[in-house]
Design a protein around this ligand. Structure first.
Ligand SMILES: [Zn+2]
Length: 244
């Protein structure tokens, strides 16, 4: 059984099947799934998801994890070009993720406010983060955790006073950090032969699906999903006898 799972895991496919097997492997190895609210120790894994592309994909991943008794942290953008978390349908999806036992946190894009090469005063950053967290709180109570979107160098390996940074040393440089960004696991898979004692794992739910697909294809799929969602809702709201 273990051998079968190992065979399946060789060569990462960005499918829910592979992801489920990956989680089963971690569970089988005895890892404890932790949040970012405390220090991580031996045998702990902090599992985080940055929702860059699709909230519906996040719900699917959240359900897979809940079925296995795994909890994780879903980090949500307020500044995404692809979804609006305040929209009713998305609000319900985020509440569903919360009700499955996962944490919801802010995914914060500094790029919306400051150029990457000129960092703000720390107090200004904390103010902006607090403002966005307050908005997210109208949807679902977020944790103290904040994950930075496309993190600039000045947020890496640094602890902020106002929130728990997923790129703080205790979750990043002091432990192993294994991220699927741009589907890099295809060339550089998680070290399944010798998984680290303590690690943070980051996945982006929109990069995964029932069938495997390339990174570029996943982006295209997310864009067309957003376009059809906008088209359907805008037509319902403004056309076909709708009032405005
Ligand atoms: Zn991101």
């Amino acid at each position: 059984m273990v051998e079968q799972a190992t065979q399946l895991l060789e060569g990462v496919e960005f499918t829910h099947r592979w992801y489920r097997q990956f989680l089963q492997r971690l569970l089988g190895d005895g890892y404890d799934f932790r949040t970012f609210s405390g220090e991580l120790g031996d045998g702990d894994v902090a599992l985080r998801h940055d929702v860059d592309l699709r909230i519906d994909a996040a719900v699917e991943m959240a359900q897979i994890e809940a079925d296995l008794g795994v909890t994780s942290t879903y980090c949500v953008l307020l500044t995404s070009p692809l979804y609006n978390p305040l929209e009713g349908e998305h609000r319900e999806s985020l509440q569903k993720i919360d009700s499955l036992g996962h944490e919801v946190a802010l995914h914060f894009s500094t790029h919306e406010y400051w150029p990457a090469e000129s960092p703000p005063e720390e107090a200004d950053l904390e103010t902006r983060v607090a403002e966005e967290r307050a908005i997210l709180e109208t949807v679902v109570p977020p944790t103290e955790t904040v994950s930075f979107h496309r993190p600039p160098s000045w947020v890496l390996d640094y602890d902020f006073d106002g929130f728990q940074n997923t790129y703080g040393p205790g979750f990043f440089t002091d432990i192993d950090y294994i991220a699927d960004s741009s589907q890099r696991w295809r060339d550089d898979p998680p070290p399944l032969e010798a998984l680290p004692e303590t690690m943070q794992i980051l996945t982006h739910p929109g990069l995964w699906g029932e069938e495997d697909a390339s990174f570029d294809k996943r982006i295209e799929m997310a864009v067309s999903h957003t376009c059809s969602h906008a088209s359907r809702n805008a037509r319902r709201e403004f056309m076909n006898g709708g009032t405005n």
